[in-house]
Design a protein around this ligand. Structure first.
Ligand SMILES: [Zn+2]
Length: 342
């Protein structure tokens, strides 16, 4: 029944928007969500923690997310423990949000089919289930009246799973030229504290801030983001993140060097051009040219013969120091410049 319930939901109206985004390359966040979503935690405690983490994006009662794929992940985790649940689409001003109701809303037709079970239809029944259910008989034929909802443990497995749920529901990761920005847009201050606590247990430094009145938990360091991605099981995401980081660092290093070299080259070329122009002017005035000191004349001849040489190359060819060659060329430019103006 749960299955049918799920497939009948209006939430499935646009089935694979997130998925297509991921296939097309999408954003980094989408790819991580796509990696995390299909995996249902094997331990009941971790499944409960996943749901708890997803509820941190909303009022803390039920998973709330803008991502259909994440809502589906919540359903899969709940259904693994035979907890009836369904997805409602909440129309909000800006974008759709999906809320996973732990107990499906009572529909006409469904009521008649349900055997009269104490507690069914009660608003607080979900909470009561945990208390009342007791140990399950496990009989295959017997229809379990109230499924046992597992609860999260205090172990690290559940801290990781809760963070995974929070990222699925409300996490994002962007990576520009600056430090990475991993953010969890949680629903309340209490939720932010919970997330910070879990992050602290994993040794990940994070800060809590407010944006447009909503609390945001942010991880800004590259090692912190890498650890978090591994902890929540986004191993491909981490590889991609690290690869991108290395590529980014190499690229910016290469760019810096290229820029510096281009600037040097431009300076060298423009210096050589003005030297050649000055030499040309000097040589057009024979008497002036012959009056040049031998060192300057030699420098002029060398420059004409080797228009692309660097200062070092010319100095080596002349057998003088770099500074001496620079001085000679400088004087040639000054003398040629005088001629040009006169
Ligand atoms: Zn666990």
């Amino acid at each position: 029944m749960n299955r049918v319930e799920t497939e009948r939901r209006p939430a499935t109206g646009r089935p694979s928007r997130d998925h297509l985004g991921a296939l097309r390359g999408g954003s980094f966040t989408e790819r991580i969500v796509a990696e995390l979503a299909p995996h249902v935690p094997p331990l009941p405690c971790c499944r409960a923690a996943l749901i708890e983490g997803m509820a941190l994006a909303g009022d803390g009662e039920a998973p709330v997310t803008t991502r259909l794929v994440a809502a589906r992940a919540a359903l899969a985790a709940l259904h693994a423990d035979s907890v009836p649940a369904s997805v409602e689409r909440l129309a909000t001003a800006r974008r759709h949000r999906y809320r996973v109701s732990i107990r499906p809303p009572v529909e006409a037709g469904t009521v008649a089919q349900e055997p009269p079970t104490p507690g069914v239809g009660d608003a607080t029944a979900a909470a009561r289930e945990i208390r009342d259910a007791g140990p399950s008989t496990g009989g295959a034929a017997a229809r379990p009246a109230t499924p046992v909802r597992p609860v999260p443990s205090t172990n690290l497995c559940c801290a990781r799973s809760r963070l995974r749920g929070a990222f699925l529901a409300c996490g994002s990761l962007s990576r520009g030229d600056g430090p990475p920005q991993l953010e969890l847009l949680v629903g309340s201050e209490g939720a932010a504290t919970r997330v910070l606590e879990d992050l602290g247990r994993l040794g990940i430094a994070a800060t809590s801030l407010r944006r447009r009145g909503r609390p945001v938990v942010a991880v800004r360091s590259a090692p912190g983001v890498a650890t978090l991605l591994s902890s929540i099981g986004a191993h491909l995401g981490r590889l991609e993140f690290e690869a991108g980081r290395v590529v980014g660092e190499v690229r910016s290093g290469v760019n810096r060097r290229l820029n510096a070299e281009t600037a040097n080259l431009r300076r060298t070329v423009s210096a050589a051009l003005s030297q050649l122009e000055a030499i040309e002017r000097l040589e057009s005035d024979r008497s002036r040219c012959e009056a040049l000191p031998p060192a300057l004349r030699e420098a002029a001849v060398l420059r004409r013969r080797r228009p692309r040489d660097t200062l070092d190359g010319l100095a080596a060819a002349a057998g003088c120091s770099r500074a001496a060659m620079a001085g000679r060329l400088h004087r040639l430019v000054a003398l040629g410049g005088d001629l040009g103006e006169g």
